[in-house]
Design a protein around this ligand. Sequence first.
Ligand code: DGJ
Length: 701
Amino acid sequence: MRKTARYRKLISSFAILALLAGCGEKGDLDATVSPGAQTSPDASVTSGEDKTDKDVSPGEKDPGQDEATPSIPAAQGLTYSGKDLSQIAPLPQKEELVANDFLLYFVNCASAASSSLDGFGLFQSVADQPFGTDKGSGRDWGYLSAEYMQAQGDVESADRKAAKWGIAEDAVYGEDTGYRYYFELPAGNYEVTCGFYDPFSPRNIDISAEGKEVISGQKILKFKETEFSFETEVTDGELDLFVYNAKRGQDAMQNPELSYIIVRAVPEYDGEMLAMMLEASGVSEEELKEYRTVTVAKYKESVAAAKKVADSDSASEGEIREAYENLKKAFEGLEKKMVYNAFTPGKTWQDTDGNKIQAHGGQVQKLTVLDKQTGEPVEKWWWVGEDKTKGYRGGICAYSSFDLYNWEFEGVVMRNVTSREELDTDEYFKELYAGYTKEQLDNVYRCINDSTSVIERPKMIHNEKTGQYLLWFHADGPTETSDANYAAASAGLAVSETPYGPFRFVDRYRLNTCPEDQEDMYPQSKGMARDMNLFVDDDGTAYIIYSSEENLTIYISKLNDTYDYLCTDPEKAVYGKDFIRLYPGAQREAPAIIKREGKYYLMTSGATGWAPNQARYWVADEIFGEWVDMGDPCIGDDKRTTFDSQSTCIFLADDGTVIYMGDRWNSDNLGDSRYIWLPVLFDDEGKMSISWQDSWTLKNP
Ligand code: DGJ
């Protein structure tokens, strides 16, 4: 919702009445203006009334205009409209100004769109117009038509970036070339913003207001909305603006442009205004439930601060203004929570609090959990993954859902540690690691601290025998002999009695090694374990699947029956019974496994850091049997980048849809990495395929 509309919606009815009353007043004003009275100080300038009556649409040449390029009135001290000052109606009442966010004009330059009414200022009824009397407000305003002015872009769009003034290609460009606007305004101070959205090349902009240069030689960049704001005093009943580029010279790539102009009244901030703002921005607790938690917290904080200032007898104007503006910002910043009823791969995905889901490199499965409120067992989808809120290093988060679309945050279920002391002093850690020896605590710190350790691709399994939930993950970081981020190359384990956590870190391990009779692709470092996944077979046997031998070879290793270690120590493990190696030298990462109709499917990525690459999958009849290379399952993935994603999990939804879960990593901002969930299809021969969908739903919502 636009902010002005929000205020309008929430403001009490007195403001709406005032608004209506204000319109009437302006109509009267219009009637008192006689055409004869509109003598322009410059005879060559057509009077405002003439232009308005002829109803010129933006960009068109004004028929009332002389054929020759009009001469431009000198800006300083002249009243273009010719209204005498006694004819200029004062500003509307404070209530109305507050309700409309002090917005008097919002000119969407060169736009003919009428659908932006919500965004209009109090003194306008059209998006833009050649100078003349506004039929709705009775105020005189608009641009001075000039032959060189050309409406560019989509003039039908209400988007302020869609259309703009530019300079016609064959125009004769001179020193006076630019865009002149005049706005009827009673004497006072105004905040003016000129907005630019330049789809061409960067260029400079100059702005003068009331004949004074206020912005000189400021750069506007390509494809970047840029605004320049300034305050200016109007004494002569009219604000005149000139937007140009003094340095344009003969370079048409430096033509000045102009996308929009905002004119706001600058009020005097007093207790009454703050009280009005408090009323206008009031939102009930019930309504607040619909908004994102972070934005609600900010809003509540600002309301409390504003109330304190409003209740104080000694608050200065500065304090009132600060409280007013903070409250306004927080109110405008209230963002509705998303309710999803479809998967939209690659789009931001928020949890039910409205925060971005942080469960990267994750896994989804169905669990029966005890409902937090009722204590009753309920079936829920459970998503665990990496918390990248703070960037590269974070703990492990969990989310739960009934429908796979909307996810409730269940917390950081395995927290990483900020300092070694924290393990001895912080209540959460003290309780969690009670009974650990000093050496064990040192190891916890070494393996899951937030400054050097790497925690990636967590996967959770539940062990029926012990009742424990186990999180296995790629635990990495420097070692005694290497500072590298990925030197440890181990499988980490954390356990908890519930899927909600807290998960207690147990240890990290190197795993099975290449048998002597096979070619080890990386003999210098044994038992490495990086990108990983877990799989529990129908008979309850669990396996850990991971990249080893410096990511050159995938291993599948059997876990013991409590799922907390390998079934056999690496020194004694038997190849083919306790583990196997897959595709030595193929360099595959990101394993995701599913069993379907008796066959095992293993999807993997190549190894290119955070950059996506081509997927490949293998199929086997037995987990330790022969795995057959089936190639890339993606259809129409022209770039061969798995639709710009990297596999992390494949699971079966209730409606029978097999879902591919991938990560679209954003290495510049890992916390904003996106999720790519796509349906996986299987043909009669069991071959899998994945096609792109912008948006899709399950069959039985
Ligand atoms: C690819 C892996 O699959 C990710 O989990 C992560 O380790 C990145 N490499 C780091 O570059």
